[in-house]
Design a binder for this molecule. Structure first.
Ligand SMILES: [Zn+2]
Length: 297
């Protein structure tokens, strides 16, 4: 009888160990659900900014621009399965689908038991200054007529954290930190995920009318140094300046995102071929992101 109990205990311990060990050691996958910029062109539609990262058994959504939610369903990562949202800043091309993501998170968890409300996974949103006000305004006022918006704000497992105060987030086998970057006049943030498979950095948006040079974001480059994968905003900074960032960070893989299919007067410096050529000399390899592209860290 005693030995049976011991076998049972040993089995339970093994299961617990496997559970504790497997998720952090599993692959870190990076799925691009939006690689475009504010305008979405019918001839080659790229959705606005959005990346889904699976790490340590958690699912993160980095930015939630328009079109991202449909791509999440296309690629079997529906909003009900995410645990964390990071909003780099509040330009609309980074948060236009936030309302859809949140409302579909609320209803999109595992199938509910009969007579019980759906139970989505806990969700924490890391947002810049102003995000809490935006969310309250959205769900108290804009969607206030439909009571489900208000109810969303009261779900105990839906937590909001100001990035500025968030410090370091410790996941199972990985940690996440944030760095303020200069992007026009916005409160804008980059995110770093340090995992057992390597370090992933997503720049958020860099640059803007008054800070087009790599030196304007020198702190960011220093902080991102040695990243295994650097996902960088390719829209706002000229190719030569992006190459300076690449030279400082020396990423194993540099991924260009926030791309446009048309030359716009406001981004007259934009030149993807030149960016690719110059950064290739500094990074281990360069990748031009596409909607639906999935990379492993
Ligand atoms: Zn942007």
């Amino acid at each position: 009888m005693k030995s049976r109990l011991l076998i049972h205990l040993a089995l339970i311990a093994c299961c617990a160990l496997a559970f504790a060990w497997l998720p952090p050691n599993a692959d870190v996958s990076v799925l691009f659900v939006g690689t475009g910029h504010p305008d979405i062109y019918p001839d080659k539609p790229r959705m606005q900014s959005g990346i889904v990262v699976d790490v340590g058994g958690d699912r993160w959504l980095l930015d939630a621009g328009a079109g991202v939610v449909a791509r999440m369903f296309d690629h079997k990562r529906p909003p009900g399965t995410i645990n964390h949202i990071f909003l780099s800043h509040l330009h609309y091309d980074h948060c236009l689908d936030l309302d859809a993501v949140l409302l579909l998170w609320r209803t999109g968890g595992p199938a509910p038991k009969p007579g019980q409300p759906p139970a989505p996974r806990p969700l924490t949103l890391f947002g810049p200054d102003g995000a809490e006000k935006m969310i309250v305004d959205l769900f108290e006022t804009a969607y206030g007529v439909d009571g489900r918006g208000r109810a969303l704000l009261k779900i105990p497992s839906f937590k909001r954290s100001k990035i500025r105060d968030a410090g370091v987030y410790e996941g199972k086998g990985y940690k996440v930190s944030f760095r303020e970057v200069k992007h026009a006049w916005m409160d804008c943030w980059a995110i770093k995920m340090e995992t057992r498979k390597g370090v992933l950095v997503f720049s958020g948006d860099l640059g803007g009318p008054n800070n087009l040079k790599a030196e304007d974001n020198a702190d960011f480059s220093e902080w991102a140094k040695g990243a295994d994968m650097l996902i960088i905003d390719t829209l706002h900074i000229p190719p030569e300046e992006l190459a300076k960032i690449a030279a400082k960070v020396k990423p194993k893989t540099m991924v260009f995102s926030h791309l446009t299919e048309r030359q716009l007067p406001v981004f007259k410096h934009y030149d993807l071929s030149k960016t690719t050529a110059l950064c290739s000399k500094e990074a281990g390899k360069v990748v031009v992101a596409e909607d639906g592209m999935e990379l492993k860290l």
